[in-house]
Each structure stands twice: as structure tokens, then as C-alpha cells.
Design a protein around this ligand. Structure first.
Ligand code: GLN
Length: 497
């Protein structure tokens, strides 16, 4: 490999790992290239905290291991960490003022696994406050900007959310790969809006320990990466049993990388008719048809299926997720950590701290959640939403029982949109971004978003593949078929420096 220091950031994780193993360059060279790219890319607001000293110290330790021939599966690979993952000794805010300058005394399991495998931390990435949002505009920091722009137009676009710092940083090559989380779509939607690959694993596949909780029965961590193989390499490190999270399942982690490029001949792919929503833009329908054609040409059988409760998924999600959030966020009271606003008594302190610390969208969720859980409304809202959740899950179970191996849908109903363009008058406009992704969280299933085309304005669009529980391997195989046909979608113009 004959890459100069300046273009080391263009290497995929797999390529960088090979270069490091062959000693074509050092982990320190690689980390320095990314640190320089991050500095140039500051106007993208992808990072909320850069940790160059830590990056260089970890890279030096990695070089020492490489010199001894101890090469981990992610040895020397520079990673950006969503600011929802606790990092020991490094500020973690969930992009909320209420956490203030919280410095965790412990490390999340996901990031511990990455460092165990040799990866290097570059810094903490922007996200929507407490991961609530689809555009990263609810962050208490200036919002990240999508490195993609519409053809012939300089308007700043959102990189999706809530993992918008992760998607922007991966697409702009400000990290080799990133951690992300997905409660209703926050890995897949930002990946789709930036031409990157994101996978939300099965609920229970990855430990949630040390990740700031939003809605605990839906939250799941996964990677955002530049291509399918890199996503597989990262998930292999993220996944695995963890005694610290009782919802994390004790089953072996398959070799996801081996699933990339595997034949999909004779697989059966379901096309759910209920996802053909009213007003779907023609380019999304075309993308979807194209995806089905590619999989068919690769030998898969394409069948139409029905997931009849799909239309209830979004409304049910906006009861279940806020209900759990209102309970999870009760811990931010100004007493134990984070922001504290003094008050005349303890109740006054709580009220002042919470009023000042939480942003508008988070307050809205807490109020909705408290309302749907309150005596008198609990049965009408929360219990009914839980029943719908069961029906949604059963729709998928029936499809899989009928012989379907995976389900193909668009990832999002639109390409990236402008900052301030959606949701200010009606929050539901923003919530609709997740219309194709929330069903998957409600059912606890794995879903991958893979870039598959450009819209008429030159912006990337993604396809989603939904799998059986714990069958991420099939998703990697199918996504790699689409990737092989369509190619990768690197940002065309590095306008930010
Ligand atoms: N956009 C959805 C929400 O705002 C999902 C967010 C997420 O997956 N974290 O709740």
C-alpha cells in the first residue's frame, strides 16, 4: 500500500488494518491523518469533543503491540464515539445541558470492546439530545452538517439523526468508523442520508451498559461505517454477552465478515405492501424496485408480503418511547451529577435544574411519557401501545414463518433535507422520517441500511433489509450484493477543507 499520510483517511477499516499489519504506515501516522482531517472539518460540527492526546497515546500503544506482533481485529483503527456512550475520564453529555460536564467514572461495554480489539478513540460525536430526533437539530451543541449538498446548491443539509455526528464524520472521513445507537431509526436513517452503511442489531445482541438510556426496551447500539465489510468488522467487536446488561443475550458472535459477499441464491425476500405509503416520492419507489431487481438477479426469490399493523408502528412508538424516556430521565435531578440550579428547597432545585437543563424536544417527550403512564390514561394509551407492539412483532413472525429470509424496504421516505426545514411547525413531520425503521425496533429485529442510489438532486438514498432475530449475517450478505452492484457512495466534493 503506497498511501501518503494525507490520504490515509480514504482507506476503509479493512484496508487500513491490512496496511498496519504490513507496516506500510503506523497507527500513529493513521491517527495523525484523522486528527488533521478533523481540524479541517470543524465546520461540519461532527465532533463535540476531540481527544487528540488520547488518540495519540492509544495509537502509540497500538504501535507497540504491532511491533510485538500482537494485532487485534481493529488494531490501530481510529473511531469516533457518539456522545451517548460513557467514556471513562472523557466528558459524556448525551448532547444535553443537563449532563453539563459529566465525566463518567466507567467505560461503556461497546467502547471497552473496541479498545480491547485495538481501536483508537478520536473523540465524541454529536447527536440529538438524548438521541431524540431525526436531524440532530435537538443537540445542545451546534448541529452537525451533512457533507453532502444538493447539486449546484450550497444550502446546508442535516446528516440525519439522532446519530448525525456519527454519519457526518464517517461520510466526511473524519473517522474510520463510528459508534451509534438506534431506538427508532437513529443508525439507519442518518446512514441513509449520508451514503454510509448502518446496522441496528437484534435487541440483545449488543450490550447497552454504559450507554445513556433513552427507551430501554428499544435502544440498541450498532456501527456506522463506509461499507458493508467495515460494518461487519465493527459489529463483530460490539457484539457479545455482557453480565452487566441482563437484556444482552449469551450467544456466540458469528463471523460477520465471512457473511459479506456470500451467495444469496434461493433466499426469499419479502416486499411488504404496507410500506408503499401514500405520497412516496417516485425516486424512492424506483430505488426500492431496483433493489428487488438486484437481489432477484443474484438468485433470490422476491415475494410480496403483508405486515398489516405497520401503520400503527409510529403512533405506538411515540407512546412507548416517551413513556420509557420519562422514567429513564427522572434520574437527572441536579442532585447526583450534571447541571445543578440552586433552589429554595429540594423541589425548587429539581424544577429549576430540569427546566434549564432539558431542551424543548426532550421536555415534550417527558410530558407525553408522563401523561400516557398516568392513572386514568395508562390503559387507554400505554397498554394499547404495548398490545400493538405485540401485533407488529407477530406480523414479522408470520412473514418469517412463511419462509421469508429477509425483508426489503426503503430506509427513509426522503433524502437529506435542509437545516430548519422540517418539524418546527409540526413535530410529526420530523417523526415521519422513521416510518420505515421504527417497526424494526418495536419488533426487536435487526435492520441494515445500505446506500443504493442518488435522488434527482444528487443526494444519497438507502435501502433497508430487515432480518430474523439474530440473523445479522443474512443482512450482511444481502447488503453486500446491493453494494457490489451499486458501488459505494463517497461524498463527491470535499467543500469543507
Ligand atoms: N427519531 C426517533 C426519535 O426521535 C428515533 C430516535 C432514535 O432512534 N434514537 O425518537
Amino acid at each position: 500500500m503506497t498511501k501518503s499520510a494525507s490520504d490515509l483517511t480514504t482507506l476503509t477499516i479493512a484496508e487500513a488494518h491490512e496496511g498496519l499489519t504490513k507496516k506500510s504506515f503506523s497507527a500513529t501516522d493513521l491517527a495523525k491523518s484523522y486528527l488533521a482531517a478533523m481540524e479541517k472539518g470543524r465546520k461540519l460540527n461532527a465532533y463535540v469533543l476531540e481527544t487528540p492526546e488520547k488518540a495519540l497515546a492509544m495509537a502509540a500503544a497500538s504501535d507497540a503491540r504491532i511491533a510485538k506482533g500482537e494485532i487485534g481485529p481493529l488494531e490501530g483503527i481510529p473511531i469516533g464515539v457518539k456522545d451517548l456512550f460513557c467514556t471513562k475520564g472523557t466528558r459524556t453529555t448525551a448532547c444535553s445541558n443537563i449532563l453539563g460536564n459529566f465525566v463518567p467514572p466507567y467505560e461503556s461495554t461497546v467502547t471497552s470492546n473496541l479498545w480491547r480489539d485495538g481501536a483508537v478513540m478520536l473523540g465524541k460525536l454529536n447527536n440529538d439530545e438524548f438521541a431524540m430526533g431525526s436531524s440532530n437539530e435537538t443537540s445542545c451543541f451546534p448541529g452537525p452538517i451533512n457533507p453532502w449538498r444538493r447539486d449546484g446548491d450550497n444550502k446546508a443539509l442535516v446528516p440525519g439523526g439522532s446519530s448525525g455526528g456519527s454519519s457526518a464524520a464517517v461520510a466526511a472521513m473524519l473517522c474510520a468508523g463510528a459508534t451509534a445507537t438506534d431506538t427508532g431509526g437513529s443508525i439507519r436513517q442518518p446512514a441513509a442520508l449520508t451514503g454510509t452503511v448502518g446496522i441496528k442489531p437484534t435487541y440483545g445482541r449488543v450490550s447497552r451498559w454504559g450507554i445513556v438510556a433513552f427507551a430501554s426496551s428499544l435502544d440498541q447500539a450498532g456501527p456506522i461505517a463506509r461499507d458493508v465489510k467495515d460494518a461487519a468488522m465493527l459489529l463483530r467487536s460490539f457484539a457479545g454477552p455482557d453480565a452487566k446488561d441482563t437484556t444482552c443475550v449469551d450467544r456466540p458472535v458469528p463471523d460477520y465478515v465471512a457473511a459479506v459477499g456470500k451467495s444469496v441464491r434461493d433466499m426469499t425476500i419479502g416486499i411488504p405492501k404496507e410500506y408503499r405509503i401514500e405520497g412516496m416520492p417516485p425516486e424512492i419507489q424506483k430505488l426500492w424496485d431496483d433493489g428487488a431487481r438486484i437481489l432477484k438477479e443474484a438468485g433470490a426469490n422476491i415475494v410480496e408480503i403483508s405486515l398489516p399493523h405497520t401503520k400503527y408502528a409510529l403512533p405506538a412508538y411515540y407512546i412507548v418511547a416517551p413513556a420509557e424516556a420519562s422514567s429513564n430521565l427522572a434520574r437527572y435531578d441536579g442532585v447526583r451529577y450534571g447541571l445543578r440550579e440552586p433552589g429554595k428547597d429540594i423541589v425548587d432545585l429539581y424544577e429549576k435544574t430540569r427546566a434549564k437543563g432539558f431542551g424543548k424536544e426532550v421536555k415534550r417527550r417527558i410530558m407525553i411519557g408522563t401523561y400516557v403512564l398516568s392513572a386514568g390514561y395508562y390503559d387507554a394509551y400505554y397498554v394499547r401501545a404495548q398490545k400493538l407492539r405485540t401485533l407488529i412483532k407477530q406480523d414479522f413472525e408470520q412473514a418469517y414463518a412463511s419462509g421469508v429470509d429477509a425483508i426489503l424496504t426503503p430506509s427513509t421516505p426522503s433524502a437529506a433535507f435542509g437545516i430548519g426545514e422540517k418539524g418546527s411547525a409540526d413535530p410529526v413531520e420530523m417523526y415521519l422520517q422513521d416510518v420505515f425503521t421504527v417497526t424494526v425496533n418495536m419488533a426487536g429485529l435487526p435492520g441494515i441500511a445500505v446506500p443504493a442510489g442518488l435522488d434527482p438532486q444528487g443526494l444519497p438514498l438507502g435501502l433497508q433489509l430487515i432480518g430474523r432475530a439474530f440473523d445479522e449475517e443474512t443482512l450482511f450478505s444481502l447488503a453486500s450484493v446491493i453494494e457490489t452492484e451499486k458501488g459505494r457512495f463517497p461524498v463527491t466534493e470535499r467543500w469543507w477543507g
